[in-house]
Design a protein around this ligand. Structure first.
Ligand code: FAD
Length: 414
């Protein structure tokens, strides 16, 4: 069934992260003229969330992309473990999930974005403008009618029937839209760095807890991606103590030898943790998705998954109105209503872990102890490992691609 392209809406997606690229891919595949704007010249940013979750891989399978995706170099992590003062326990076992892929795929985010962008470029309706930053909204007749952009060739206006703002946690379009943000707060910040990983080291996500601090280690093949969790606002003080003091801190978790892998404090990067969400995700002609709508805590490492699920929900709901050239605010509100519960529930879970587990650990000077009941349940009740695996790997209300809507009934558009 060929769409009447003369009536179809034009769409601009501001931001070429997981949410924006996935939204751009799906809309272009659905026949919508879509332009994705990315302010950087490439997708190469060191570690900003390199996890592709089982529910995202289910969506890739629905799109017929999973096999090719899994040909990219990646690590498959099947469980997450905790180490509390030397006592090991398995927190999450992804092998218990009912998804197609029973693991988290660790892959540099730029490889995933390049993969999706290349697939999107196969559709003539898809345009990707790199080094093009959305700096303001353009209004016309009481609705958003495009964006003002800045690029090496100067500033100009790009007009569209719908602007999807997927410009991340520091969203400029959020400010431009003047939408209210609810800040949920966070007691911690994170220092990211790499350590060498020996061939004999276990392949998993490892969380290690000691009095006053915690370290999360992610298996990245020949190295560990490490996240040292520190009290909010103390990063400058930690760095001011110097490299040796930093190494000593990390050595408390893993012994001194591997810490020589941190050659300079310049290699230690701060992630200022914030958890927030917009009170309303849309205005006439404008919709926010991904971190721009809701910045996620790193707890559970689910930000990419939520961003991608938002993009799928947005495409499923908006593709028909876009094709008909008539997206209403009610359509945009349907996207918000569909994604509010998963966002709210995930942030509720994250803030509970932040406030009830991480904050007490960061404040304590005594070694933490695991309650015996939890230790017992953890070992003998498999569901106790399934719940965190499901929360991380699948999450609340996982989205499935509506292929009838995107490709047309029976895949007619493909
Ligand atoms: C250090 C770090 C580690 C993380 N670890 C994990 C993890 O392990 N697992 C996980 O799931 N999540 C993780 N996250 C969170 C995850 O990266 C985000 O939740 C996810 O990337 C959000 O996707 P997004 O597309 O909404 O936004 P982003 O990924 O932030 O993408 C926004 C894109 O828009 C571009 N942009 C910004 N402003 C503009 C503009 N005005 N015009 C044009 N382009 C613009 C940016 O350059 C960027 O490419 C981590 C985040 C950080 C910072």
């Amino acid at each position: 069934m060929a769409a009447d392209v003369s009536r179809a809406s034009k769409c601009i997606v501001a931001g070429g992260g997981p949410a924006g690229i996935m939204a751009g891919y799906l809309l272009a595949r659905g026949g919508i003229d879509v332009t994705v704007l990315e302010k950087h010249a490439d997708f190469l940013r060191d570690f900003r969330g390199d996890t592709i979750h089982p529910s995202t891989m289910d969506a890739l399978a629905e799109l017929g992309l999973l096999e090719d995706f899994l040909r990219l170099p990646h690590q498959e992590v099947r469980y997450a473990e905790g180490d509390i003062e030397g006592e090991r326990l398995r927190i999450a076992d992804f092998r218990r999930l009912s998804t197609r892929s029973k693991f988290i795929a660790f892959i540099p985010q730029w490889d995933f974005l390049n993969f999706m962008a290349e697939r999107a470029q196969a559709f003539p309706q898809f345009t990707l403008l790199m080094q093009t930053e959305a700096i303001d909204l353009v209004h016309d007749g009481g609705r958003v009618a495009g964006v003002k952009v800045s690029s090496p060739s100067g500033e100009r206006e790009l007009r569209a029937d719908l602007v999807i703002a997927a410009d991340g946690r520091h969203s400029r379009l959020r400010e431009a839209a003047g939408l209210k943000v609810e800040d949920l707060g966070a007691p911690m910040d994170v220092l990211w760095f790499k350590l060498p990983r020996g061939p004999e080291d276990p392949g998993a996500v490892l969380g290690r807890i000691k009095a006053g601090q915690a370290l999360v280690m992610l298996d990245r093949g020949d190295y560990w991606q490490c996240a040292l969790i520190i009290r909010k606002g103390t990063a400058d003080a930690v760095k001011a103590q110097g490299l040796e003091a930093f190494r000593t801190r990390v050595a408390e978790f893993i012994g001194p030898s591997a810490t020589q892998g941190v050659a300079s404090l310049d290699d230690v990067k701060l992630l200022t943790v914030r958890v927030d969400r917009l009170e309303t995700w849309h205005k006439p002609g404008l919709l926010f998705i991904g971190d721009a709508a809701h910045a996620m805590s790193p707890v559970g490492g689910v930000g990419i998954n939520l961003a991608i699920q938002d993009a799928i929900a947005a495409a499923n709901i908006l593709i028909l109105p876009l094709r008909a050239g008539a997206v209403t605010e009610d359509d945009l509100s349907k996207v918000e209503r569909r994604r509010t519960f998963p966002t709210w529930a995930t942030q509720w879970f994250q803030t509970a872990v932040q406030n009830r587990v991480i904050d007490p650990v960061l404040r304590s000077s005594r070694p933490p102890r695991l309650p015996w009941l939890l230790r017992f349940l953890q070992r003998y009740l498999p569901i106790v490992q399934w719940i965190p695996a499901w929360l991380i790997g699948v999450g609340f209300r996982p989205e499935h691609v509506d292929l009838d809507a995107i490709d047309g009934p029976g895949g007619a558009r493909q």
